[in-house]
Write a protein that binds this ligand. Structure first.
Ligand SMILES: [Ca+2]
Ligand SMILES: [Cu+2]
Length: 376
């Protein structure tokens, strides 16, 4: 009985502990609410804030495989403020590169340059591989293609003989019979003496087959962008904020009236050999301009929004589970990155780091190549 009377009573000290705990819980609630609110407001304004890149401290695990450089990985702000202001302004860009969101990637090896004709030739010699552009497409694969287009070939750019509306890309792109990696702009063209040029007319399965043969893989879009930024954060270009620092051309792009005449002021009207321009902070060449490059991710216009809505830091994102481009809903597209020698400020300034491209998986063009990565 006496024990019952000893029913424990809270001492004043215990009571104050409870108080403190309540205050802490309230604080946590208020703080997380504010954070959520800030994030929501941030998302509403398009998430234009870049935060510093925090590279991993882990050193390169051993000697670099031939032709590859170590990318430390780390946490960074991914995407681009499209249709931004001043130097960030990007005409004719779709709004798929925002909101800016925080991503973490693990370290990896990356090819210092896009895969060259010489390298691709070795692969073909060793395996007898036949690229998609060299195979005759079937109606099954391309249900909407006109029958006359069911011939082996690839998509080729040709300048127009006069000004054309920039809303119709069929004015400068056409499907050319016999265009493939050995004949990038059609049967009359070849790659003689161009061993050091990026290989062109490569469809996604071709790039995948090469990567597998080389014991490598294709980069995720996040890996590509982390690598392209070269340790910088929130810069407009892979080298900084100025397009031509001290007047120096930093990437192979288009000058002059698009798509009529490329004046080649940067030294190249058309494609350039790899390593023609300075490397970025990680020692990677051609991460902007020259050729677009395949990434492993499926393309979805709203993917970054989906990630941003989830909140927090996304770890090693691998893209959405399925592709969807509202502009061409029946086409299965994967991400392209980097922009090409055709990019220009009048039409498509996607040499701006963080901006995205996309392409139907079985379609090669004469401004599209790839490079590989390898996990340690
Ligand atoms: Ca050029
Ligand atoms: Cu472009």
């Amino acid at each position: 009985m006496t024990r019952r009377l000893w029913k424990p009573q809270k001492t004043s000290q215990q009571r104050s502990k409870t108080e403190v705990r309540r205050i802490i819980f309230t604080l946590i609630a208020v703080v997380s609410f504010s954070a959520a609110l800030a994030q929501w407001l941030h998302a509403q304004e398009g998430g234009s804030a870049f935060e510093p890149t925090l590279p991993n401290k882990t050193r390169a695990p051993g000697k670099a495989p031939e032709g590859m450089v170590w990318i430390p990985g780390g946490e960074f702000s991914m995407g681009a403020s499209t249709n931004g202001h001043g130097m960030d302004e990007m005409p004719m860009a779709s709004n798929d590169a925002g909101p800016i969101h925080r991503v973490r990637v693990d370290g990896f090896w990356m090819d210092a340059t896009p895969v060259t004709n010489g390298q691709f030739e070795k692969f073909v010699k060793a395996t007898g591989y036949v690229t998609i552009a060299e195979r005759t497409p079937t109606q099954e694969e391309f249900p909407t293609a006109p029958a006359e287009n069911l011939v082996a070939g690839g998509v080729v750019f040709a300048p127009t003989d006069r000004d054309v509306p920039l809303t119709d890309h069929y004015q400068w792109w056409s499907y050319v019979k016999g265009a493939n990696w050995r004949h990038p702009i059609g049967p009359q063209s070849d790659i003689k003496g161009k061993e050091n040029y990026p290989v062109l007319q490569i469809a996604y399965p071709d790039a995948e087959a090469y990567a597998k043969w080389a014991g490598k893989r294709l980069p995720t879009e996040a890996e590509f962008e982390f690598a392209a930024r070269g340790g910088l954060s929130g810069k407009t270009y892979v080298w900084g904020d100025e397009f031509r620092p001290n007047g120096k051309w930093m990437a192979n792009t288009w000058q002059g009236k698009f798509p009529v005449k490329d004046t080649g002021d940067d030294g190249y009207a058309g494609i350039a050999p790899v390593k023609s321009f300075s490397p970025n902070g990680y020692g990677l060449y051609d991460m902007a301009g020259n050729v677009w490059e395949w990434c492993a991710d499926w393309y979805r216009l709203d993917y970054y929004k989906t990630l941003t809505d989830k909140g927090g830091v996304v770890s090693n994102p691998k893209g959405p589970e399925s592709p969807f481009d509202p502009a061409e809903p029946n086409e299965k597209k994967r991400v392209h990155r980097g922009g090409s020698f055709l990019c220009n400020e009048q039409y498509c300034s996607r040499y701006i780091v963080g901006t995205r491209g996309k392409g139907e998986v079985n379609t090669g063009t004469n401004h599209l190549g790839f490079r590989c990565v390898k996990s340690p």
